[in-house]
Design a protein around this ligand. Structure first.
Ligand code: LLP
Length: 442
């Protein structure tokens, strides 16, 4: 995060608090979120998109993709910054509502929303539901009728552009579970328009995540606007949702486009495509998650064991920490790369190539595949893995009965727990076979 730096004493400080202080107060592993940084990223992203879309003559609605990292606090930071909240399950909806987010600011996603979820979303009056299949048109229309309401909906289409990580490739026949087939959209929109309990807002498309350049978004926006223009012949289409997916730097080789450049590039393509087709500019919606919260979070671990392993002519130091794939599944799931830094002190020791391993019982339990730490790294040292704010806590598990770590928010030299860590008592409490009698087994 922006505030992370080395203090005079050599320890890394985040939000004005030193890493050793945080570890001493809250234990390790620990997720630390820099509140100021998260709020600033949200506000700056919104300002960049506001500015660029105002330049072309329309407005933009920014939804924070809550799947990246959601707690009631984080939801409130996003709303304070003028963002809406995008949820994709009844659980995420419940957290957003518990945070006091106005239902009208919530967008509800999912390729298999349950009847209960649809019922709840229409009952509380979420701002939009993103329809993901023909079946949902009927289900949502029926639920809205039951609650005597008219539900705003978007239709998620598959634009055939599938952007993944650094490149994008276009295929005419996408084979994936999200959205409806591009060519089917006109008849499905007609079906939506025929339902008096539904109000069609426009199309939605999300092409992927951790995308660095504007090309994939531009290609998708251009295809969507051709469909959008076609739909205008049958009635109003006030909005167009371009999804999320803006990438961040996890290591020094990552080079994502700055948010301001993405905003400018997207505004240009939307303006050009609308002008070319002679159609009015829609209100644009976007749903970024990672780019807002990813860089704002770090994970602190304590080093436990260190083992030199000979690899050919070289030696690799396996540095094992007190967490791992249960608090950061991304390396194991996606081969994702992270970096590591010594967080408690500075030293003149020459750098050593290390692999930061977790404590779980499998060899794929690696947090950082390859990076350098000072060669005198020792048990008891504290290390920091940056850029763990997105899709780490939200993907956490209890593998090997590790409790999920606490989340601490830091700002201006103050730290407070925003989600407490799980204890073994929490985990045992769900096991119905645990005896409640203290004399058992004696
Ligand atoms: N909108 C929709 C419909 C999405 O499915 C997603 C992410 C987003 C927005 C937000 O994307 P973002 O701006 O955060 O890239 N667990 C994976 C990422 C999965 C993304 C799922 N959908 C990871 O850790 O890389």
């Amino acid at each position: 995060p922006a505030s992370a730096h080395r203090s005079d004493a050599g320890a890394i400080t985040i939000g004005g608090i030193s890493a050793p202080d945080l570890a001493a107060r809250f234990g390790t592993p620990l997720y630390v979120v820099d509140e100021t940084d998260a709020r600033t990223r949200a506000a700056e992203l919104r300002a960049a998109f506001d500015t660029e879309f105002a330049r072309i003559g329309t407005t933009v609605k920014v939804y924070y993709a809550a799947k990246a990292f959601l707690s009631t606090e984080i939801a409130r930071w996003m709303v304070d910054a003028g963002l809406n909240i995008d949820v994709c399950s009844g659980g995420e909806l419940a957290v957003a509502l518990a945070a006091g987010v106005a239902p009208a600011r919530i967008g509800f996603h999912g390729n298999n929303k349950s009847r209960t979820e649809i019922d709840e979303a229409t009952r509380v009056g979420v701002g939009t539901i993103i329809l993901d299949s023909p079946i949902e048109i009927v289900r949502v229309a029926e639920a809205a009728r039951r609650h005597n309401t008219v539900q705003n909906v978007r239709l998620r289409v598959n634009s055939g552009v599938h952007a993944h990580t650094h490149e994008f490739l276009a295929t005419s026949h996408e084979d994936q579970k999200f959205g409806v087939v591009f060519e089917d959209a006109p008849s499905l929109v007609a079906a939506i328009r025929a339902e008096s309990s539904l109000n069609f807002l426009g199309l939605h498309c999300h092409i992927g995540s951790q995308i660095f350049g504007v090309d994939g978004f531009a290609e998708s926006a251009s295809r969507l606007l051709s469909l959008h223009a076609e739909l205008l012949t049958g009635g109003p289409v006030p909005e167009l949702n371009l999804g999320g997916g803006f990438g961040i730097a996890y290591t020094s080789v990552d080079d994502p486009s700055p948010v301001a450049d993405l905003a400018a590039g997207l505004a240009d393509i939307v303006a050009a495509e609308c002008a070319r087709r002679g159609i009015p500019l829609p209100v644009i919606a976007i749903e970024p998650g990672r780019v807002i919260i990813g860089p704002a979070g770090v994970t602190l671990y304590e080093v436990g064991t260190i083992k030199p392993v000979r690899v050919g002519d070289n030696t690799r130091l396996y540095v094992s920490v007190d967490g791992g794939m249960s608090d950061n599944a991304r390396p194991a799931l996606y081969g994702a790369e992270f970096s590591v830094r010594l967080a408690d002190r500075v030293t003149d020791a020459p750098p050593a190539l290390v692999r930061l391993a977790g404590k779980h019982c499998e060899s794929g339990d690696i947090v950082v595949d390859a990076d350098y730490l000072p060669g005198d790294v020792a048990p008891g040292d504290l290390v920091m893995v940056p850029a763990t704010g997105a899709y780490c806590w939200s993907l956490a598990s209890n593998y090997n009965y590790l409790g999920r770590p606490a989340v601490v928010a830091v700002a201006d030299g103050e730290a407070r727990v925003i989600v407490r860590g799980e204890t073994i008592e929490d985990l045992l409490a769900r096991d119905t076979g645990v005896s409640t009698s203290s004399t058992s087994g004696v």
